[in-house]
Design a protein around this ligand. Structure first.
Ligand code: HEC
Ligand code: HEC
Length: 290
């Protein structure tokens, strides 16, 4: 009876690494699943439903948001002002690009480059604002990206010929004149890459479907996506097989490794500590009884 508390405590301690392993494994799996769910629901990065832009109620919501957050620079009805260009011909693609990349609302001086940052608006608000800007006049629609239509080899040739001069051959970006820079293409979603070519933000030229066919545009987007996957920041990438298998490997390797440690610790205890622990026990029991 008196021996039970220390024995139990040793048992608990031995279980601790197992508990830690299980918690770590569960957290890894949950994280991987959450990430996968997020990517699966919007793999091309639309954020909004382009088909919903004609709804008059959405346009009205957008008008209200525009009045609050955009009129100060773009003028009432988007006619333009000294602080921002007119938006009457901007179109849905431009508004979608500028809002989903967080470039708008602009936070610098009007002659400063608009930079990518986390979007200031929720997907619903972006949908409404895009609907409103699109309602101001004729402009490019949000493109329908189809990576299956793209050809990687063709995309690579076009990218090296048309984009690498500014964005570098790896898409890492580079400096331009007047303190501006061509940003890294690491974060752009497929839709944003396509839209950038249609819109030509800042100093970037417009590559409309007159310069490239739809298939060529899809090829370039496919190539940029491939560059992003090649541009792993380091570490063991598992060949970018995706979050679910990666999570699974983490579980197997992590749990397996910790089990091995537990096994080794357990062995050492029974091998060496057994005789030594006998005389310690009474002292332990006295301690526990205090
Ligand atoms: C502080 C001033 C400022 C505010 C606020 C602002 N913008 Fe802009 N916006 C600019 C400037 C300057 C540019 C041009 C910069 C560039 O093209 O890189 C611009 C460019 C744009 C463009 C691209 C125009 C084109 O010709 O394709 C769109 C679309 C746009 N803004 C939408 C918005 C929306 C929507 C809001 C409100 C959420 C907003 N902006 C808020 C200053 C502003
Ligand atoms: C003359 C230089 C130049 C060329 C050529 C060029 N770009 Fe750009 N690109 C820029 C600049 C500058 C910006 C940033 C625009 C701004 O200030 O908002 C940009 C922005 C982008 C973005 C947005 C990145 C982000 O994360 O927000 C994408 C995507 C992009 N370019 C793709 C391309 C592709 C694809 C090509 C080739 C078809 C290309 N660019 C050719 C200069 C260039």
């Amino acid at each position: 009876m008196a021996l039970r508390p220390p024995a139990l405590r040793a048992g608990h301690l031995r279980l601790l690494p197992v508990a830690v392993a299980l918690v770590v494994a569960a957290a890894g799996l949950l994280g991987a699943q959450a990430q996968a769910a997020e990517e699966d629901s919007d793999p091309l990065g639309y954020v909004i439903d382009p088909a919903a832009l004609d709804d008059p109620a959405t346009v009205a919501d957008g008008a209200e948001l525009f009045r609050v957050g955009c009129v100060s620079c773009h003028g009432p009805g988007g006619v333009g002002s000294p602080r921002g260009p007119g938006l009457t011909g901007a179109g849905a693609a431009s508004a979608h690009f500028y809002l989903t990349t967080g470039r708008m609302p602009h936070t610098g001086a009007s002659d400063e480059q608009a930079i990518r940052k986390p979007p200031a608006h929720s997907p619903e608000e972006i949908e409404a604002l895009v609907a409103y800007v699109a309602s101001l006049g004729e402009g490019q629609a949000i493109p329908h990206v189809d990576l299956a239509e793209g050809n990687l080899q063709e995309g690579g040739d076009l990218f090296r010929g048309e984009c690498a001069a500014c964005h570098s051959a790896t898409g890492a970006g580079g400096a331009l004149s007047f303190g501006q820079n061509a940003p890294s293409l690491d974060e752009a979603t497929p839709v944003q890459v396509y839209e950038a070519m249609l819109v030509g933000p800042g100093q970037m030229p417009v590559f409309s479907p007159t310069a490239f066919t739809e298939e060529e545009l899809n090829s370039i987007v496919l190539y940029v996506e491939t560059l992003q996957n090649l541009g792993d920041p380091g570490g063991f990438s598992l060949g970018r097989v995706g979050p679910i298998p990666e999570g699974f490997v983490a579980v197997v390797v992590g749990t397996g490794g910790l089990m091995l440690v537990v096994f080794l610790i357990g062995r050492r205890r029974t091998g060496e500590a057994e005789p030594a622990s006998q005389p310690v026990r009474p002292a332990d029991t006295v301690g526990a009884g205090r």
